[in-house]
Ligand binder design. Structure first.
Ligand code: PEP
Ligand code: MN
Length: 446
């Protein structure tokens, strides 16, 4: 959308944009994006600024980021139950992490906009037939037939509506008592009581309970603990959609991506001369970039110069997804380069995307122990270099799915077919997510 100074956020259009769908009818795309440009923003600039301040605390080592949700949200899963369970899982994890680190946890969902996926191949071949790959509900359908796989711009409108519905529910739940700290603690007690690792986690849960009793005894007004600050994020992949939702803040005159509070650039679209980096350089939101195991220090320097030229803490988050076997080798050079630049970024570990394997049954999966080990390596590197291990970015769901292996439920490869429901990558289930929080609590307290 044009801003008052001219088309300043449209400069990406002149550059190569990786991972964009081949829309069959661009007039239809234009019609949908014009309609979206006239709709209300999903988030306001002021809220994005507030998250940016929180992220500045993460950058300075005064807070921890917990970012999580589905690999790919689906339109079918925009239900009260599914959203509530995801939110509950994140709130439970946040209490455990906050207690362990004695720091505030900045809670950000991979929610209310995570509908578009980059793919390693533009086509999928099955039974001698080749069709466009599924690129997320924002683009096409997962069914393997011509009609489902043909990109349909009308889906962008549905993405906006699904995001609005999810965000509305999140706003209601986080301010309407669902996030009450005592309630969240009671859920954690229930989890610990039913967990195979019960005794191991009990100590942490008991300490949290005693802290809450102490606060009450001191006369802390617990009404203040009944609401939670929560923000939403997604990969800013589909530039036609993101562009249609840019809104200029009337007060500051700054342009924001109004589709979510924080947007990130994926590992496959972070080319310095590409359209995504250009678009992100023009919006004022807090932003993140994924960094895979082959990231060169100079790539990071280039990203800093393009995306955070003023070196403002809170503007840029670097999400490292190197793999448990590579993170200890790869990360030190990147951290040293950023430190040498005098930049204060948020360092975050995505322990999912570098640890994907294929089970004998053919299911894409991840081992809980690899996930934990990557975060452990990430924390070790930062401790050795004196920088802040700012948080985690994870793929999870509040449901009892069977997509990742291990955890306190000892999920086995033969269990995978029972509830393998993800639209894209394997997610930690509710139990495995809490296992991760409790085991990270031990790690952070060491
Ligand atoms: C993702 O977050 O689902 C993803 C595709 O990650 P990456 O860009 O790190 O591969
Ligand atoms: Mn993923």
């Amino acid at each position: 959308m044009a801003t008052e100074e001219g088309n300043s956020t449209d400069s990406w259009r002149a550059l190569p944009a990786a991972q964009q769908p081949e829309w069959p009818d661009t007039r239809e795309l234009d019609r949908v994006t014009a309609a979206l440009a006239a709709r209300p923003p999903l988030v306001l600039g002021g809220e994005c600024d507030q998250l940016r301040l929180r992220m500045a605390e993460v950058a300075r080592g005064e807070a921890i980021l917990l970012q999580g949700g589905d690999c790919a949200e689906t339109f079918a899963d925009v239900t009260a139950d599914a959203v509530r369970r995801k939110l509950r899982t994140l709130l439970q994890m946040a209490v455990v992490l906050s207690h362990a680190t004695a720091l505030p946890v900045v809670k950000v969902g991979r929610m209310a906009g995570q509908y578009a996926k980059p793919r390693s191949s533009p086509v999928e071949e099955r039974d001698g037939m080749a069709l466009p790959s599924y690129r997320g509900d924002a683009v096409n359908g997962p069914g393997f037939d011509e009609a489902a796989r043909t990109p349909d711009p009308e889906r962008l409108r549905r993405m906006y509506e699904a995001s609005a519905g999810t965000l509305n529910l999140i706003r209601s739940l986080t301010t309407g008592g669902f996030a009450d700290l005592r309630q969240v603690h009671a859920w954690n007690q229930g989890f610990v009581a039913g967990s195979g690792a019960g005794e191991r986690y009990e100590e942490v849960a008991d300490e949290i309970g005693r802290s809450l009793d102490f606060m009450r005894a001191c006369g802390v007004d617990t009404r203040d603990l009944a609401t939670a600050e929560f923000h939403v994020s997604h990969e800013g992949l589909l530039l036609d959609y993101e562009s249609a939702l840019v809104r200029t803040d009337p007060e500051s005159g700054r342009a924001y991506a109004a589709s979510g509070h924080l947007l990130w650039i994926g590992e496959r679209t972070r080319q310095l001369d590409g359209a995504h980096v250009e678009f992100f350089s023009r919006i004022a939101n807090p932003i993140a970039v994924k960094l895979g195991p082959n990231t060169a220090s100079d790539d990071v320097l280039g990203l800093l110069d393009r995306l955070d030229p003023a070196r403002e803490p809170g503007r840029l988050t670097l999400v490292v997804r190197a793999g448990a076997d590579r993170v200890r080798d790869v990360l030190p050079a990147l951290v040293e380069k950023v430190n040498a630049e005098g930049a204060q970024v948020c360092w975050v570990s995505d322990p999912m995307h570098g640890n994907t394997t294929t089970a004998p049954s053919g299911h894409k999966t991840r081992r809980f122990d690899d996930v934990l080990d990557e975060v452990r390596g990430f924390v070790e590197v930062h401790r050795a270099l004196g920088s802040h291990p700012g948080g985690i970015h994870v793929e999870l769901t509040g449901d009892d799915v069977t997509e990742c292996l291990g955890g306190s439920g000892s999920l086995l490869a033969e269990d995978l077919p029972y509830r393998y429901e993800t639209a894209c990558d394997p997610r930690l289930n509710h139990t495995q997510s809490l296992d991760l929080a409790f085991q990270l609590a031990e790690l952070y307290r060491d």
